[in-house]
Design a protein around this ligand. Structure first.
Ligand code: BG6
Ligand code: MG
Length: 216
C-alpha cells in the first residue's frame, strides 16, 4: 500500500513565529492608537492576514485603501523579524520527526495560511524536506475552510483519507476535520481538543502512533 501523507501547519507546529506576528500587529496597533494585547492575539492564531486585521479592528470601519496600507505595514514589520530566523528556531522534535517520516516513505506537505511560509522554510533550511508546499497563495478560502488541506492532498495525489494533519490552531483543526482527514492537535485541549490525538508538540509523538491513527 502507498504510504500516507503527513501535512504540517507551520507556525506553532514546526517553528514559533506567533510571537513575531504578535509584535508586528502590536507595532501597527501602537502606530494607530488601537488597543491590542497578547490575549487579543490568541484569536489571531492560524487565521489569514485579512481576518487578523478584522479581529484587530474589533468592528472599527476603515477604508479599503487604509486596510491595504495597514496590512502591508504589519507585514513589513513581520518580515524584519524573519531575518533573525535560523535552523535553531525549529521547535523541539520537528527535525527528527520529519526525518523519521521521510525515512519511512511518507509524503510530506506544508499547509500554512502565511504568504511568508516559503521564506520561513528557507530560513529554517528545511524547504527540500517537503514534497508539496501549500502557502497563503495556494487557495482562496483560508482555514477553517478545508481547501488548503485538500489542495495539498491533491499535490500528493492521495485521497484525503490517507492524509494526517498536524495543527496548533482551532481553525486549523476544524479545517482538517472538514477535509475528512485525521488530525493531531498541538496545544491545550481547550484549543485543539476536537483533534483525533492531542499532544504538546512533535517531540511528544512517535511516528508509530501517527501511522496507527490512519487506520483508527
Ligand atoms: C498563519 C499564522 O500561519 O499565517 C497567522 O498563524 C497569520 O498568525 C497567517 O496571520 C497569515 O500570515 P502572513 O505571513 O501571510 O501575514
Ligand atoms: Mg499554526
Amino acid at each position: 500500500m502507498v504510504n500516507p501523507g503527513l501535512i504540517f501547519d507551520l507556525d506553532g507546529v514546526i517553528t514559533d513565529t506567533a510571537e513575531y506576528h504578535y509584535r508586528g500587529w502590536k507595532q501597527l496597533a501602537d502606530d494607530e492608537g488601537l488597543p491590542f494585547t497578547r490575549e487579543d492575539n490568541e484569536a489571531l492564531r492560524g487565521v489569514s492576514r485579512r481576518e487578523s486585521l478584522n479581529l484587530l479592528l474589533k468592528g472599527k470601519q476603515i477604508p479599503e485603501e487604509t486596510a491595504q496600507e495597514w496590512m502591508t505595514r504589519k507585514n513589513n514589520y513581520y518580515k524584519a523579524y524573519l531575518e533573525d530566523i535560523t535552523p535553531a528556531d525549529l521547535l523541539p522534535g520537528a527535525r527528527s520527526f520529519l526525518e523519521a517520516a521521510i525515512n519511512a516513505g511518507a509524503k510530506i506537505g506544508l499547509a500554512s495560511a502565511s504568504r511568508n511560509a516559503k521564506t520561513v522554510l528557507a530560513c529554517l533550511q528545511i524547504t527540500n524536506m517537503f514534497d508539496v508546499i501549500g502557502d497563503g497563495y495556494a487557495v482562496q478560502n483560508t482555514k477553517p475552510a478545508p481547501d488548503l488541506f485538500v489542495w495539498v492532498a491533491g499535490g500528493f495525489q492521495l485521497p484525503v483519507t490517507r492524509c494526517i494533519v498536524f495543527e496548533d490552531a482551532e481553525a486549523g483543526v476544524t479545517a482538517a476535520l472538514r477535509a475528512g482527514m485525521k488530525c493531531v492537535g498541538i496545544g491545550p485541549h481547550e484549543r485543539v481538543g476536537q483533534a483525533h490525538l492531542v499532544c504538546d508538540g512533535l517531540h511528544d509523538v512517535s511516528l508509530e502512533q501517527i501511522m496507527a491513527l490512519e487506520t483508527a
